[in-house]
Ligand binder design. Structure first.
Ligand code: E4P
Length: 224
């Protein structure tokens, strides 16, 4: 499982990059707009924080295949390292994906809501497809089931494309995706925190501390 952070909040990225086994960062135009700052300064700062070995996914703002390819080349040149251009699926997006595949620029095909969209995106050469789990759950579309079907189809047809499940609102959705063999998830810092949190864990840690202190006081192993 690859854990990716879905944000442009630099403090959250710094924190999660330090404390979690993070594989990279994803953004989209809504996330970037929320930061409301200079685009290049922001995405280059994200690259600086995570380094060139981790994945950075940035979405195109273009609508035609020609312009998407032009923008993808510029993004790759400026952001270097392990880079993927996110392209929403439609005819122009598929055409751009086929061209970018030839140029060796990774594509994450996004705004995926059905297994049929995912399979054809993989066939066009996308490295990742991003199905939107919570947006499907919101309309009783069963986001995890869509993820499961995409995973199954990719296995069935031996597609060289990973599922990057997106649009999560809770840790249970992340867990369900992990149980169907989804290769990667992109989540907020809050959800990442919820993935590792449990009140019983807090109680267990407090119990260990109390028992140790009752015999050794404030001494730690380093003090012996
Ligand atoms: C990431 O690739 C998606 O753009 C993002 O997860 C969508 O999330 P939302 O449904 O919370 O906007």
């Amino acid at each position: 499982m690859l854990y990716i952070l879905d944000t442009a909040d630099l403090e959250a990225i710094k924190h999660c990059n330090e404390f979690y086994p993070l594989a990279g960062v994803t953004t989209n135009p809504s996330i970037i707009s929320k930061a409301n700052t200079d685009f290049w300064k922001l995405v280059k700062e994200i690259r600086n924080i995570i380094g060139e070995d981790k994945m950075l996914h940035v979405q195109t703002t273009q609508k035609t295949a020609e312009k998407i390819v032009e923008e993808a080349k510029l993004l790759k040149k400026e952001l270097k390292g392990d880079f993927y251009v996110k392209i929403p699926i439609n005819e122009e997006g598929l055409k751009a994906t086929m061209e970018l595949k030839k140029l060796g620029i990774g594509v994450t095909m996004t705004a995926i809501f059905t297994p049929t969209q995912a399979l054809i995106a993989a066939k066009a050469g996308a490295s990742f497809v991003a199905p939107y789990v919570n947006r499907l759950d919101n309309i009783i579309g069963d986001g995890t089931e869509v993820v499961a079907q995409i995973v199954e189809q990719f296995d069935l047809y031996g597609m060289d494309c990973k599922v990057l499940a997106a649009s999560f609102k809770n840790a249970e959705q992340v867990h369900k995706c992990s149980m169907v063999g989804c290769q990667s998830v992109t989540v907020t810092a809050d959800i990442l925190k919820n993935v590792i949190s449990h009140p019983m864990t807090d109680a267990a840690i407090a119990g260990f501390d109390k028992d140790w202190k009752s015999v050794y006081g404030d001494k730690t192993i380093l003090d012996f």
